[in-house]
Design a protein. Structure first.
Length: 252
């Protein structure tokens, strides 16, 4: 019988000395890596980002986990593409498997989770809250917090809140959302740059190999197909104007 979400979270928080409230938070990969470390004690925890907040950081954690699976000959596919989306069902099923694996392989030795993280505090992974909109006919209300808004239309105990106090609360709410969205945008830009660099390296390698083959009077259809994929465009994609400045380092 598989463990429940409540039991899994209680076990995970006690083992790793963290404070997860949802199994979806395991989608960052850090907790999975440290579960393995509690068994084997040789996971490179310095490279594991326990406070990962962006998908490219999640993927880096799962890469470490995949290397451990390969080194320990653990015959279990890791559905990285699903787990990094931080969906409940996918992470619940994988965490249930991890718990069964831990029950089978953990030797009962003491485990200093905080020490293995070198004392790093594990923040609860952040989620991006959508910007709420007020109901129609309630202009002036932002995210359900309006100037002078009162639950149920009744004056709260203690009397009216001033309009300026409510306005300040709205401003603080929006500022917090802007800050969080700005951090999310920065993460997306880093993720974009990360994958662009990978594609650029592949492009250079393919070009070098094709040139070497041409010098020898040979050809490689596989490399040609890879190059065609790299240079292909989708419908609606506009090639930059040739008259404008083009940075050769940022073109395929």
């Amino acid at each position: 019988m598989s463990a429940s979400r409540t039991d899994l979270l209680a076990w995970l928080n006690e083992l790793l000395q963290i404070n997860y409230t949802k199994v979806e938070q395991c989608g960052g990969g850090g907790a999975y890596c440290q579960i393995l470390d509690s068994i084997y004690g040789d996971v490179p925890m310095k490279r594991v980002k326990m406070n990962a907040r962006h998908e490219y950081e999640f993927i880096a954690n799962f890469k470490i986990m995949q290397n451990i699976f390969k080194a320990k000959k653990i015959d279990k596919p890791i559905p990285v593409e699903k787990l990094v989306k931080c969906k409940m069902q996918d992470n619940l099923e994988f965490l249930q498997w991890m718990k069964r694996f831990w029950d089978t392989n953990y030797g009962g030795q003491g485990y200093d989770a905080v020490g293995r993280r070198e004392g790093a505090v594990v923040d609860t992974p952040a989620t991006i809250a959508p910007l709420a909109t007020g109901r129609s006919g309630s202009s002036g209300n932002l995210g359900g917090v309006g100037v002078g808004a009162r639950a149920g239309g009744k004056t709260p105990v203690g009397g009216h809140r001033s309009a300026s106090a409510a306005s300040n609360e709205t401003v603080q709410l929006l500022q917090g959302q802007v800050k969080e969205l700005s951090g999310h945008l920065e993460g997306l830009e880093k993720e974009r740059d990360f994958y662009f660099e990978k594609l650029r390296e592949i492009e250079i390698l393919v070009q070098q190999q094709l040139e070497a083959h041409e010098a020898e009077g040979k050809d490689d259809q596989t490399l040609r197909k890879i190059q065609a994929i790299l240079y292909s465009t989708e419908e609606g994609f506009e090639v930059p104007d040739a008259a404008g400045p083009i940075d050769e380092e940022e073109t395929f």
